[in-house]
Design a binder for this molecule. Structure first.
Ligand code: ATP
Ligand code: MG
Length: 420
């Protein structure tokens, strides 16, 4: 038997109500905040990701699914959605439209990671990107959207962490101080961090290994190297969050893995997911559009993991999700089977959720299937019913039955469904 790939999961029908509920909630809020859906390709030229995400990040160093096209071009399955969205934004000259460009997307992402609960090789993200506004209120809008979606889903134990990464020049001024400090501490750091001292020293602050956290606690802080302009911007973001009642925690260690962030960076974590405690994250990335060949364009966005949201979604939040079909059609006998098929279609045409199991040959077998499928009513149509011109509608809970005329069936069934 051929099995699926490790870390690449099937989403079975039982799981779909949670997923649909999450997707519909996210879509509703995003639309309400003025974001428009965009669908971008699942694979792109490799250099798009290498250049945007940054060569010395975990994603580019070891997590990308990269392969050669038949002509030798290097292609990569997208590990995240921002790079592709920015490419599309530039390629279609969206910046020439004076309206702010605000996009959201859903879709699978691919990263070669060690599979475990909440960490897959194909996983799904919902993300938003807001282009064109270098204003703290744009950061607030994006963060508020993320917070409202997660709160509306009633995901438990959420914390919004936020930090100021400053401008590139602020980080350039800070980096030598940090490197000097880390070099003194290198024996206390994990192998990964020791290597990162030279390649991506800020990431050491973000390491989850307890020894690394202890060793970097007294490290010089980026916050102390920030320019006035960067501080003022961040103060504006925090004031906006305060004004609309979004609770946050300052976390000076929050660095994020991607190189393209500047100023505001944020992450929402939960106490309910064990080791994989990040639900979603984002930040401002003012340099990226230009880096990828577009006009200078400030931007801010986030991405959340749908698997992690689905794992956290409380059962009670799903109460309003649609359940089983309403009417089971039990057609049996030569003429009854044919009339049953017509009845099924007629009910569906007026929007009634109707099903049947065409393998069942007897009324008894049909009623058993109707129970298994959780249908509220069964419409019984045997040869006798066809002769009389009346089917029998049976309430599966109360067992009460009544006759319904087969011609214009839906007209007779609808009032009964509404009244029950
Ligand atoms: P982590 O620290 O868990 O590796 P990350 O910083 O790599 O996360 P981002 O690139 O910011 O994650 O992606 C945003 C969100 O996408 C994460 O918060 C998480 O919910 C989800 N996510 C990222 N990688 C995976 C994965 N391999 N499997 C499932 N979900 C993931
Ligand atoms: Mg990761």
């Amino acid at each position: 038997m051929i099995k699926g790939i490790k870390g690449v999961k099937d989403l079975l029908p039982e799981e779909m109500p949670r997923w649909r509920f999450i997707e519909e909630t996210a879509r509703r809020w995003a639309t309400g905040y003025g974001f428009q859906e965009i669908r971008i390709p699942i694979f792109e030229i490799t250099t798009l990701f290498a250049r945007s995400i940054g060569a010395s990040t975990d994603i580019v160093e070891k997590e990308m699914y990269t392969f050669q096209d038949r002509d030798g071009t290097s292609l990569t399955l997208r590990p995240e959605g921002t790079a592709g969205t920015v490419r599309a934004y530039i390629e279609h000259n969206r910046s020439s439209d004076p309206v702010p460009q605000k996009y959201f997307y859903f879709g699978p992402m691919f990263r070669h990671e060690r599979p475990q609960a909440g960490r897959l090789r194909q996983f799904h993200q919902f993300g938003v990107e807001s282009f064109g506004m270098a204003d703290p209120r744009a950061d607030v809008e994006v963060i508020a959207l993320l917070w409202r979606i997660l709160s509306d889903l009633a995901l438990p134990g959420l914390t919004l962490e936020i930090n100021n990464l400053g401008y590139t020049s602020d980080r350039d001024a800070y980096r030598p101080q940090l490197i000097a400090y880390l070099r003194q501490q290198d024996v206390a750091l994990c192998g990964n961090c020791r290597r990162r001292i030279e390649t991506n020293p800020l990431r050491v602050l973000d390491c989850k290994v307890p020894e690394c956290r202890a060793a970097t606690e007294p490290a010089p802080r980026l916050a102390d190297s920030l320019s006035e302009k960067a501080r003022a911007y961040f103060t504006g973001v925090l004031a906006g969050l305060d004004a609309i009642g979004i609770p946050y925690h300052l976390n000076h260690r929050l660095v994020r893995g991607l190189d393209y962030y500047c100023l505001t960076t944020f992450e929402v974590t939960t106490t309910n997911l064990g080791a994989q405690n990040a639900v979603g994250a984002g930040g401002r990335y003012d340099g990226l559009v230009e880096t990828l060949g577009g006009p200078p364009t400030p931007a801010v966005g986030f991405a959340v993991g749908l698997e992690r949201m689905a794992m956290m979604l409380p059962e009670t939040a799903l109460a309003s999700a649609p359940g089983a079909a309403t009417v089971y059609v039990a057609g049996f006998g030569d003429r009854g089977s044919a009339a049953g098929l017509s009845a099924l279609e007629e009910l569906r045409l007026v929007g009634i959720r109707a099903v049947s199991d065409f393998r069942s040959m007897t009324l008894k077998a049909h009623l058993r299937q109707a129970d298994r499928l959780g249908c509220r009513f069964t419409l019984i149509v045997g040869d006798d019913e066809v002769t009389k011109g009346f089917g029998v509608l049976r309430n599966m809970e109360t067992k009460v039955q009544c006759d319904v005329a087969l011609p214009s069936l839906s007209l007779h069934v609808l009032p009964i469904l509404r009244g029950s």
